[in-house]
Design a protein around this ligand. Structure first.
Ligand code: PAF
Length: 286
C-alpha cells in the first residue's frame, strides 16, 4: 500500500493518475477502520479508476473536552484493511502538514444546518469538518467523495458546502453498516465496556420501534419520539444528548411527518457518545 505523508506527494500521484484519464474517488476518514469505512472504500472502488483514502484525526473538529488525544489510531492495521478493500493509496499527513499555520485564519462555515443536532452540542465541530474536507478536496481534487450515512448531518453539511461553493466533486452518501446485533459501526465503539456495549443496542432498537410505528401509520413526531425516548431510558447507562425528527434536507423540526425526515439520535453510554439515525420516507415522497 502506498502511504503518502506529504501534500506534494498526493498532488504528484493525482497528476499521474488523472493524466491517464483516470477518475479519482476520495474516502476521507479519521482511521481506525471498520466495515463502515470499508463499505465506502468498496463503493469508491466500484465507481472510480483510482481510490485514495485520507486518514487524519482532524484536531479542528474536536472540542476542548473531547477525545482528540485518545482517539484510536493504528495505521498499519488500517493500511492492510484499506488495501483489501481496493484502496490504491492512503494520505496520512501529520497535523503540521495539514495545518502549517495553526490555527488557520481561514475556515469554512456552513450556517443553519450546523446549528442543530450535533452542531448544537458540539460548537465548532462542523466548521472543523467543512474546513478539513475543503482542504482534502483542494489537495486531491477527486471526482467523487464518499461519506457514511451514520454521520447524516455531516453528509448534508458537505453536500450543501459543495453546492454553495460550486466545488467540482460528487458527494456520495453510503448506507450505515451495522454489527449483527444492530449497533451502528463506529471507531468509538471500542471505548465501550461489555455492559455498555449491551446497553448501546438501545439506539438501534429505539429507531426500529420508531420505524415500526411509522409503518403502522403513526405520523406524529411527538408520539414517535416518546417511543424512542422510552426505549433509551430503559438503559441505566444511557443519557440522551438529543432525539429529534427533522426534515431530511434542511434539518428543521417537524410536528407531523409529511415529507422525508431523519430520526436522529445522540446518546451517551457511560462516557462514550454514540450517534445513529434512520430516514423515513414521507407520504408525498418529497
Ligand atoms: O467522518 C469523519 O471521519 C470525519 O469527520 C472526516 C469527514 C474524515 C473529516 O475529518
Amino acid at each position: 500500500m502506498l502511504i503518502l505523508k506529504k501534500i506534494s506527494e498526493v498532488r504528484d500521484w493525482v497528476r499521474r493518475k488523472s493524466s491517464k484519464g483516470g477518475q479519482i474517488g476520495l474516502v476521507p476518514t479519521m482511521g481506525y477502520l471498520h466495515e463502515g469505512h470499508l463499505s465506502l472504500a468498496r463503493a469508491a472502488r466500484r465507481e472510480n479508476d483510482f481510490v485514495i483514502m485520507s486518514i487524519f484525526v482532524n484536531p479542528l473538529q474536536f472540542g476542548a473536552n473531547e477525545d482528540l488525544d485518545t482517539y484510536p489510531r493504528d495505521l498499519k492495521r488500517d493500511s492492510q484493511l484499506a488495501a483489501a478493500a481496493g484502496v490504491d493509496a492512503i494520505f496520512a499527513p501529520e497535523v503540521s502538514e495539514m495545518y502549517p499555520y495553526y490555527p488557520q485564519l481561514t475556515t469554512v462555515n456552513v450556517t443553519e444546518i450546523t446549528e442543530v443536532l450535533c452542531g448544537a452540542v458540539r460548537p465548532g465541530h462542523f466548521s472543523g469538518v467543512a474546513t478539513v474536507v475543503t482542504k482534502l478536496f483542494n489537495i486531491v481534487q477527486p471526482d467523487r467523495a464518499y461519506f457514511g450515512q451514520k454521520d447524516y448531518q455531516q453528509c448534508l453539511v458537505i453536500k450543501r458546502m459543495v453546492a454553495d461553493l460550486n466545488m467540482p466533486v460528487e458527494i456520495k452518501m453510503v448506507p450505515i453498516v451495522r454489527e449483527k446485533d444492530g449497533l451502528a459501526m463506529s471507531s468509538r465503539n471500542v471505548y465501550l465496556s461489555e455492559e455498555e456495549r449491551r446497553q448501546a443496542l438501545c439506539l438501534n432498537e429505539a429507531l426500529r420501534i420508531c420505524r415500526d410505528l411509522y409503518d403502522k401509520g403513526e405520523r406524529s413526531a411527538r408520539k414517535l419520539l416518546d417511543a424512542v425516548q422510552d426505549r433509551i431510558r430503559q438503559e441505566p447507562l444511557a443519557a440522551i444528548d438529543y432525539a429529534e425528527i427533522c426534515s431530511a434536507e434542511l434539518l428543521q423540526e417537524v410536528d407531523e411527518i409529511k415529507e422525508n425526515v431523519v430520526v436522529a439520535l445522540a446518546v451517551r453510554i457511560g462516557s462514550t457518545r454514540l450517534i445513529d439515525n434512520i430516514v423515513l420516507e414521507g407520504d408525498t415522497g418529497v
